[in-house]
Write a protein that binds this ligand. Structure first.
Ligand SMILES: [Cu+2]
Length: 433
């Protein structure tokens, strides 16, 4: 993956490479828009190596850092954030640095990191570094390993990264409430001496779940089981950005789950992947097996790799069918078998919540949905309505790609799209309909 000029400068002005290492890195990354001289002039001298290929957090961000006396210094600010899951559905959530979820922290195995956490909330908080091996007093458990960070205070966490992999961070004080409001993020540590070559594409997702009653502005942290907004990096389809790969490229997919109560079987179409790592470490090659879905239990990460060898638009989603929906209405009568096209208006009069069910309901002139709520299902596709929302996105595999440009819908080769069967075909094959 080539880096944009802006991305690369963001990465490198705060922490950097020098001379030959820089040139090697640029060559390896295929960053063609900056010269070595340009990069070197942008970098302060004597800073630690950042010779890794940055991870991409779709719809998210990576937290910039600066290097002070060889320590990578990060600053997380816990604060209230207006967050939009998708156009039409926004909430007042809690996050970090103006984002829900917080930005991805990224570093290299062996780095010393110093992470300041400023609390701009009205409530005490802490940050726990999930899966990261560190001194007990840096573990971020309110009351157990530290006193909570009070509103207005800034705490310092500092430790050396002794491992590599995909990890997470989240509030570990009043967890049920603060995590339900969005206080979490990813923490990716790259290997210092990789045993396997870096993949061509490296994507990271954090899964979470929310209860947002139609029309409400606050996620409800008291919900125990009936979550109605299921998110990939805090977005729901159709607002989830597709990920892309060129045919033949090796893709890494890191998925962490910090949902309150659910585990998510993440399923990919058109490809099989191998789970290569968990947040417990690298799985030895002899212990790996191929899969097309992997269960990501809450409180864990799974890292998958595969070769994108099958061009097309491929669904990537949680396989729990209720997790590819949004703000579904419960407690409605079972309407299977009812000809909704003829009886919508009557049904909406008798069963008002029927209108919440989706476009099929209100596209026939039925009742309006409440403000700040979304239909139960729905994404526009090239062949009509895609009946998935929530934890759903697309992997677009193409022979040719322009970096940073959505390749649009896949153009299928002639004769490769399922289509109505002709009577002559049916007769030929002895199929009676
Ligand atoms: Cu799920």
């Amino acid at each position: 993956m080539s880096l944009s000029r802006r991305n690369f400068l963001t990465k490198t002005t705060s922490a950097a490479l020098a001379g030959a290492a820089l040139a090697r890195s640029v060559a390896a990354r295929g960053a063609s828009t900056l010269t070595v001289a340009e990069l070197a002039s942008a970098l302060p001298p004597g800073v630690p190596n950042v010779d890794y290929k940055p991870v991409v957090t779709p719809d998210g961000a990576t937290l910039p850092f600066r290097v002070v006396d060889g320590v990578k210094v990060f600053h997380l600010i816990a604060e209230e954030v207006e967050h939009e899951f998708a156009p039409g559905l926004a909430v007042r959530a809690w996050g970090y640095n103006g984002r829900v979820h917080g930005p991805t922290l990224e570093a290299l195995e062996g780095d010393r990191v110093r992470i300041y956490v400023t609390n701009r909330l009205d409530a005490p908080t802490t940050v726990h570094w999930h899966g990261i091996l560190l001194p007990s007093g840096m573990d971020g458990i309110g009351g157990l390993t530290q006193r909570p960070i009070l509103p207005g205070e800034t705490f310092r966490y500092e430790f050396t990264l002794r491992q590599h992999g995909t990890f997470m961070y989240h509030s570990h004080h009043d967890e049920m409430t603060q995590m339900a409001l969005g206080m979490m993020g990813l923490f990716v540590i790259h290997p210092r001496r990789p045993s396997e070559p870096a993949p061509d594409r490296d994507y990271a997702y954090l899964l979470s779940e929310w209860r947002v009653d139609p029309g409400a502005r606050r996620p409800d942290p008291n919900e125990m089981s009936d979550f109605n907004v299921l998110t990939l990096n805090a977005k729901i389809a159709p607002a989830t950005s597709p990920i892309v790969a060129r045919t033949g490229e090796r893709v890494r997919l890191r998925v962490g789950n910090l949902s309150a109560m659910d585990h998510h079987p993440i399923h990919i179409h058109g490809h099989a992947f191998t789970v290569v790592e968990t947040d417990g470490g690298v799985i030895p090659p002899a212990g790996r097996w191929p899969e097309v879905s992997v269960l990501v239990p809450t409180g864990s990460t799974r890292t998958m790799e595969f070769v994108a060898d099958n061009p097309g638009d491929w669904a990537l989603h949680c396989h729990m069918t209720h997790h590819v929906m949004t703000q579904m209405s419960h407690g409605i009568p079972n309407l299977i078998g009812v000809d909704a096209s003829r009886f919508d208006e009557e049904l909406e009069r008798i069963v008002p919540r029927y209108a919440d069910m989706g476009e099929s309901a209100h596209s026939h002139g039925g009742g309006a949905i409440p403000p700040n709520s979304l239909p139960m299902v729905g994404t526009r596709g090239p062949f009509g309505y895609v009946t998935m929302s929530g934890m759903f996105t697309l992997l677009k595999v193409r022979d040719e790609l322009r970096e940073g440009v959505d390749p649009g819908w896949y153009e299928h080769p002639a004769g490769t799209v399922a289509s109505p069967a002709a009577a002559t075909e049916l007769a030929r094959d002895g199929v009676v309909t």
